[in-house]
Unconditional design. Structure first.
Length: 278
């Protein structure tokens, strides 16, 4: 029996003596009651949809991005009764220095953080393998994969050191399950592998790590808006996924009802990346 198995067995023996509560949720409005979430990329189409779904479930939310005007505008459109439960946080994903201070500053807004969601990401419009440059490759990989890794590391450390039984959710893509030649696709392959690895590393501390892999989604990133023309040939269903569909699953995965879902990459893609590989 190697050292790793011995350590796992010791943890198991300790847990056998614990009484583990089974979550009892009385309604959706209490699903995330008394929780605080930090959403990187929270002003994007998917990120802000997730933020709204969390707010409607009793969660306090911090949305992080680089454009204060955009974040303030989004918050101004919310119902008055939930505006007090959301705050903004300026953060540039190209600067990964002093991430511990980032978390410390974020914690002061609501006193703690139970949930970290990384919904930030970028891609290269009209990407071409033959014309890809090292600078553009690095830009995509640094934002999509490197920043995600170190943000998960920093928020994971915070949860571990403060004994918070938290949740980490990373927004990937169905491209991460298809042949990849673009930096975007390669970065999402990395995200999918990272989610499974972090789930293994963090679960002994009660931190649940999962990912969601949307297919093409009606967001500004693709120049498509929810409520507009969402027809597409990018999947066999014939329409784009909606941010609201993704956020509906996100709120379950970061709630106590999602504690038995660990290291999962949930495809919300109309089959893309599952049986529909392109």
């Amino acid at each position: 029996m190697n050292i790793k198995r011995i350590i796992k067995r010791i943890i198991q023996l300790r847990k056998e003596k614990e009484v583990i509560a089974i979550p009892q949720i009385t309604g959706e409005k209490d699903l995330l009651k008394n929780k605080v979430a930090f959403i990187s990329g929270g002003s994007g189409g998917i990120g802000f949809s997730i933020a709204k779904s969390f707010l409607n479930c009793g969660c306090k939310v911090i949305i992080a991005g680089t454009n204060q005007k955009k974040m303030s505008s989004l918050i101004s459109e919310l119902d008055e009764n939930i505006k007090g439960s959301i705050k903004t946080f300026i953060h540039d994903l190209t600067n990964l220095n002093n991430l511990d201070q980032l978390v410390s500053n974020a914690v002061t807004l609501f006193g703690k953080i139970d949930i970290f969601v990384n919904a930030a990401g970028t891609h290269t419009p009209s990407a071409s393998f033959w014309d890809m440059t090292p600078d553009e490759y690095d830009r995509i990989m640094n934002i999509n994969l490197k920043a995600s890794f170190f943000l998960c590391q920093t928020f994971g450390k915070y949860m571990k050191e403060n004994a918070i039984k938290g949740h980490i959710l990373v927004i990937s893509s169905s491209r991460g399950s298809e042949p990849a030649w673009s930096p975007y696709g390669i970065s999402k392959w990395g995200i999918n592998g990272m989610v499974k690895g972090l789930a293994e590393i963090m679960h002994p501390y009660g931190i649940v790590v999962n990912g969601i892999a949307p297919g093409p989604t009606a967001t500004d990133l693709l120049g498509v808006k929810e409520g507009g023309d969402i027809f597409t040939l990018e999947n066999n269903i014939g329409r784009y996924a909606l941010p609201s569909e993704i956020s509906a699953y996100a709120k379950l995965m970061v709630s106590d009802l999602g504690n038995m879902v660990v290291g999962e990459i949930l495809h919300i893609s109309g089959g893309r990346g599952c049986y529909d590989i392109r």
